[in-house]
Design a protein around this ligand. Sequence first.
Ligand code: ADP
Length: 251
Amino acid sequence: MIRVQDLRKSFGTLTVIDGLNFEVKKGEKLALIGPSGSGKTTILRILMTLETISGGRIEVAGEPLYHMQKNGAEVPANEAHLHKMRRHIGMVFQHFNLFPHKTVLQNITLAPMLTKGESRANADKRAGELLEMVGLSDKAGHMPSQLSGGQKQRVAIARALALNPEIMLFDEVTSALDPELVEEVLIVMKRLASETDMTMLLVTHEMSFASDFADRVLFFDKGKIVESGPPEQIFKNPQEERTRTFLRKII
Ligand code: ADP
């Protein structure tokens, strides 16, 4: 579903991602862990086409994300291509990013109506199903300011799902929440992971959640993958000293 080859990303003189290679199979649930500043969020933002790349190649569903072949040369993808590729992917952000002046229902129906030309009736019906799935059927008419952080994040998840992406990216979705609100969001995500065959990439500091959620864990440091493997290996029997040091600090 995703193939990343020799990916490089710099911000000015700062190299954030330095020759990264990994693949994600359809339906796989992947957790990205590692120290702050190691490039995890940047990877998700690149996949979401919110950042350009400095080098390398990314394929999503078999097609290059950023660059298209033209007469043998790589050229930056045009806006129409990016628009098409974005349809494969949905993203949930740390700070929810809901539209503050729209109701919960409008937050969910806006994109399907604008970008896919769905009828209001269809968009409302689908939004109703999604709100039920995230346990917020009674909040459809509320404004985001009337919701708790955990509820806002569940609306943000429903909103991303409304476009039926094949890939979902979750960027530290619980780190802006009060501790007592974390669980309700994790429950929704666990249900999503077990009940759908969506491909999911998750950046998180919640190691027990990463362990429950993921088929495979990538441990990053300084823009490179230090170690990857099933959660049992990474959390119980890490092979690399850098992974052990990180886990000792965080757990
Ligand atoms: P992580 O998610 O692992 O904490 P990030 O991907 O957020 O790491 O950031 C990696 C590095 O890139 C950090 O040093 C961060 O300061 C830097 N960085 C991220 N975005 C930008 C930007 N837009 N401009 C400059 N530096 C950035």
